[in-house]
Design a protein around this ligand. Sequence first.
Ligand SMILES: *[C@@H]1O[C@H](CO)[C@@H](O)[C@H](O)[C@H]1NC(C)=O
Ligand SMILES: *[C@@H]1O[C@H](CO)[C@@H](O)[C@H](O)[C@H]1NC(C)=O
Ligand SMILES: *[C@@H]1O[C@H](CO)[C@@H](O)[C@H](O)[C@H]1NC(C)=O
Ligand SMILES: *[C@@H]1O[C@H](CO)[C@@H](O)[C@H](O)[C@H]1NC(C)=O
Ligand SMILES: *[C@@H]1O[C@H](CO)[C@@H](O)[C@H](O)[C@H]1NC(C)=O
Ligand SMILES: *[C@@H]1O[C@H](CO)[C@@H](O)[C@H](O)[C@H]1NC(C)=O
Ligand SMILES: *[C@@H]1O[C@H](CO)[C@@H](O)[C@H](O)[C@H]1NC(C)=O
Ligand SMILES: *[C@@H]1O[C@H](CO)[C@@H](O)[C@H](O)[C@H]1NC(C)=O
Length: 380
Amino acid sequence: MYGQVLAGLLLASASVQAAQKPMQLALNYSGDAFFDLWNYKVGDDFLNWWGDPSNNGIVNFTDQAFARQQNLLFVNSVGNVIVKTDNFTDGTGNASFVRNSLQLLSKDPITPGTLMIMDAVHMPFGCAVWPAFWMNGGANWPSLGEIDIVENINLATTNAYNLHTANGCKASTDVAITGDLISTDCFNVTNHDQGCKVQDTTLSYGAGFAGNGGGAFAFLWDDEGMRIWFFPRPTIPADLSTASPNPDGWGTPTAFYPSSTCDTTKFFGPQTLILEINVCGNFAVEKFNQTCSAVAAQCTDVVPNPSAFDDAYFEIRYITVFSNSTVPKTNLTASGTSGSSTGTQSPGAQASTKSSGVSLNIPTSFSVLCGIAFLSLFFM
Ligand SMILES: *[C@@H]1O[C@H](CO)[C@@H](O)[C@H](O)[C@H]1NC(C)=O
Ligand SMILES: *[C@@H]1O[C@H](CO)[C@@H](O)[C@H](O)[C@H]1NC(C)=O
Ligand SMILES: *[C@@H]1O[C@H](CO)[C@@H](O)[C@H](O)[C@H]1NC(C)=O
Ligand SMILES: *[C@@H]1O[C@H](CO)[C@@H](O)[C@H](O)[C@H]1NC(C)=O
Ligand SMILES: *[C@@H]1O[C@H](CO)[C@@H](O)[C@H](O)[C@H]1NC(C)=O
Ligand SMILES: *[C@@H]1O[C@H](CO)[C@@H](O)[C@H](O)[C@H]1NC(C)=O
Ligand SMILES: *[C@@H]1O[C@H](CO)[C@@H](O)[C@H](O)[C@H]1NC(C)=O
Ligand SMILES: *[C@@H]1O[C@H](CO)[C@@H](O)[C@H](O)[C@H]1NC(C)=O
């Protein structure tokens, strides 16, 4: 009996293996290895990295060397990465003042068959502050799609998730999510580019996020679509920081864009991950009076005041990317992980298992069994 079950599992495992490569740790953005894994947008915010119109923030995005010299970019005493806006230059009385800040763009793309996790202790907030942790498919926006994992402005208290696409991609009203589905059409022309927005209801942004010790965001892109989970610090699953996180155990996602209403392979190209802090910019300017009318009449009034930017920083424990891609990742050895182009494992995990990441096999409901079966392939 046991033999038959095992044989069945092995067959199931073999076919899953043949169809889909498992996801394995591909990149680990953390500690000192964090900085070289990104390109840095330099200069103003009129055009983006690809030459499309951008957000008109009142910023000077700086290069890595300058940012490190100015302490806008460093690893703090507990080993977390800080990415921050200048909060020491006084621009009062300077009509041409723009505030130094950062926009980081990943050297490696995010492709279907990816699980991406960010664990942060603090994210930027404050009047005139617009943080984003998002992805863009590249030139001719939105033809290759945009995915917003973290984005809000000023003194908002909850995060929003969103997709922006060409015509034909929609969010579904038929899937279980814990966030509030605000709008279903991802097409950028509908409702002035409102997107297919899911509003979080938890301590996912701003002072509430920071006061709660932060939390973690996880983004899974597979054949079933795109899922996003947010976990406030006390509820982060124990496997999230390990070499083999398993979304099967994480419960209902905060946001879910199923393939049934959006063919993600059609509306999204390989995505560049972007981590940035904008200062004012269209979104924050437009919504300024919703949360900041007691602070100033308009967004631009705040920009010269350095202390208004004391909370304009990310404190990141790690960003990890698990991928089934066979394409070698950028400078893997520089990522702080040991491993090869076929996938990496944390040093701690190597002794105990060869199947790191196998639990991410698709279909996900079989994943644990497949993981066990796959392991047994090695030990028989
Ligand atoms: C803008 O950033 C660049 C580095 O990218 C730096 O050399 C320059 O001094 C900055 N401008 C100001 C006004 O600080
Ligand atoms: C005014 O701000 C601009 C841009 O931030 C900077 O280049 C310039 O040096 C500043 N002028 C003065 C007088 O500080
Ligand atoms: C990676 O995962 C994607 C999405 O599930 C799938 O379409 C693709 O075939 C997988 N690639 C490999 C090499 O397994
Ligand atoms: C939608 O995208 C198209 C194509 O880039 C652009 O021309 C248009 O201005 C966008 N509309 C909105 C409301 O973002
Ligand atoms: C808030 O700002 C928007 C646009 O910036 C404007 O249309 C609206 O009238 C303002 N509301 C109030 C109460 O000032
Ligand atoms: C800038 O903000 C940090 C906290 O993010 C704070 O520790 C520091 O004192 C601030 N710098 C100045 C010059 O106020
Ligand atoms: C890899 O790292 C080296 C040295 O840090 C750098 O010169 C090179 O540009 C990096 N390659 C890519 C593709 O980023
Ligand atoms: C990522 O690197 C950090 C060191 O910077 C390490 O502590 C952590 O275990 C690594 N994560 C994984 C999943 O290997």
